[in-house]
Design a protein around this ligand. Sequence first.
Ligand code: ADP
Length: 527
Amino acid sequence: MSTIRMVLRICALASHPLDVARMQHSYPCFRQMSTDAQSIAARLSASGIFRTQGLIGGKWTEAYDGNTIKVHNPATGDVIANVPCMGKRETSDAISSAYDAFNSWSKLTANERSRRLRKWYDLLIAHKEELGQLITLEQGKPLNEAMGEVNYGASFIEFYAEEAKRVYGDIIPATLADRRLFSLKQPVGVVGAITPWNFPLAMITRKVGPALACGCTVVIKPSELTPLTALAAAELSLQAGIPPGVVNVVMGNASDIGDTLLASPQVRKITFTGSTAVGKKLMAGSAATVKKISLELGGNAPCIVFDDADLDVAVKGSLAAKFRNSGQTCVCANRIIVQEGIYEKFANAFANAVQNLKVGNGFTEGVAQGPLINEAAVQKVESFVQDAVSKGAKVMLGGKRHSLGMTFYEPTVISDANSEMLVSREEVFGPVAPLLRFKTEEEAIRIANDTNAGLASYIFTTNVQRSWRVAEALEYGLVGINEGLISTEVAPFGGFKQSGLGREGSKYGIDEYLEIKYVCLGNMDRA
Ligand code: ADP
């Protein structure tokens, strides 16, 4: 029996502790999973959403050569499942399925697509608990944050189920009396959606919601680190009545899958969330077939605390903006820039608040900080902290691996950071908060804008005029004023400069998946 089948079978069987023990004895691979992971996997399996194969044309599919990759629990290192390691051939078939399905899906009425998306939303919410557990299991974030991601992720499906019915065109006043001009909007076609591991559900629904709403079909490539949530969501899309071929999921060899999507003239759009380096590659690769592209890339979010800020609001907001998902989001505050008059008070209050963040396995009650995604992520954080210290920064709190081992890192506050340090120049993507000092509003804006990134930014001030002035001056796609958590399905999300192209969410998000067609009707004078 192949390892995947073995895991699937044991997950289907092992719903009782005694079964778990029996399975452990019979199948060595199952012994790699902790008891917690086994029982969660068993529960997920019983609910029918623990899928470990790719989805092509509505069929659950192994890699054609039988190769697999292991999915690990970052909190324990346990193997959760083996999933197919797919490549060019599977991706080509997924594209063909999506291309064929486009014909019928795009011809449904908006209302029909809307109803199915709404059903999908209902199913995602009905399975919130299992999906949350799956996210914690493969990604590591605390369970309450994971459940929050399910709500957030599902909200894009709900929102675009509604927007599906609002894709309007225009009647354009004609320049000649015998003509009638209008514009209509049509789906762009097959979409390749490439997503990262930090939000295993939401990064997919943000793309697939608007794509499906307007009639596109998709080939999703989730991160190989967190494919199980994507597969569970895809299973629920089938249960919602979204026809086979409309949603396809392939994973495995990222560059082979990416190259196949890029090379295909049938794929008319690439939507990507991930690193700036890969985003640039995809942008260049899209040129050969002139695809439409949306990119949501890295950030370097400034969080500016002015002397006139409400201290409690500033601490609470900066904490949320920095330490959500252990600092592993592209909108996480990367630099906390504090005015000199409030600097000491803020630094102490902030460090106190950070000290109270409980670190541990995301399934443990009260945990606010899970593990980092992998060893490479920890090494990056370590090297950034080392660089900062070598250039004169002081570690106020943390600054090293956590005693829990694995990929746990202590929530860290660094004072006396400056713009020359790696922590300020690049995205740390971990639980490290560098504090920089400034004197004037102009200086704060200059420091904040001194980067090629331009995704999220945050300001803390009680001065209304200043909040407008600074919000307008920041070269960022998102500005939070006195608030650290600002993402929502109803507002446009996207970056300035090298943080990306296009917007996700809101009424604007659907435009990324639409072509505008101009139609001219002539000879109106003729009887
Ligand atoms: P991160 O550092 O967040 O993992 P990446 O940009 O490496 O960011 O990954 C984001 C997504 O892009 C993942 O699904 C990954 O597998 C995919 N990816 C990485 N390299 C390529 C590539 N050459 N072509 C297509 N997708 C890629």
